[in-house]
Design a protein around this ligand. Structure first.
Ligand code: QAP
Ligand code: CO
Length: 178
């Protein structure tokens, strides 16, 4: 297993969109496993491929207490959403910062699994918020886009400073194509 480099805001590569996946092969499985490993190592509950500089529509999530219920969502789509909720969000790409964001508390979503089979499911609360946050990543969007320009700029400045001081790792992501 491989630890992948997580890009940090305001890296422009976080603005790229993920490409729809149409090949369900070993390569996809390896990427998914490495993403899950990276997410667990970083104490995250969700990670999108775009965050590790891989531009495909793949998300890994685990919101379980024991961190043993991984979800792999390929080409996820939200089909319905209701009941707004304000949730204090963070992000592995925005380390150390948390801000309230308005989301939907109740969603139905569909996705393909790693074998290519189509599923539909419901989610609410933390899982629903996490799916919305991660699908945003696949469209080049970050939770800080939902907060004020002033706050977002301040966060960008602080992360850049920490990176320049070597507090955050600034390894270059490895380019990848599928
Ligand atoms: C997205 O975020 C999310 O700042 C996933 O120092 C967040 O896994 C969805 C993390 C909240 C719903 C609610 C952040 C780890 C992890 C940090 C994460 C940090 C270490 C964030
Ligand atoms: Co995130």
């Amino acid at each position: 297993m491989e630890l992948l480099n997580v890009l940090h805001f305001p890296d422009n590569r976080l603005r790229k969109k993920g490409k729809s996946i149409d090949i369900y092969d070993d390569n996809l499985n390896i990427i998914a496993r490495n993403m899950l490993h990276t997410m667990y190592e970083c104490k995250g509950i969700g990670l999108a491929a775009v965050q590790v500089n891989i531009q495909i529509r793949l998300i890994v999530i685990d919101v379980s207490e024991d961190r043993n219920e991984p979800l792999f969502l390929v080409n996820p789509v939200i089909n319905s959403k209701e009941d707004k909720i304000i949730f204090e969000e963070g992000c592995l790409s925005v380390p150390g910062f948390y801000e309230p964001v308005e989301r939907f508390n109740q969603i139905t979503y569909s996705f393909h699994d790693l074998k290519g089979e189509l599923h539909e499911a419901n989610a609410n609360g933390l899982l629903a918020v996490c799916i919305q946050h991660e699908i945003d990543h696949l469209d080049g969007k970050l939770f800080v886009d939902h907060i004020s320009d002033i706050k977002r700029d301040r966060i960008a400045k602080k992360i850049k400073k920490q990176t320049s001081q070597g507090i955050l790792s600034a390894r270059k992501g490895v380019p990848y194509s599928i």
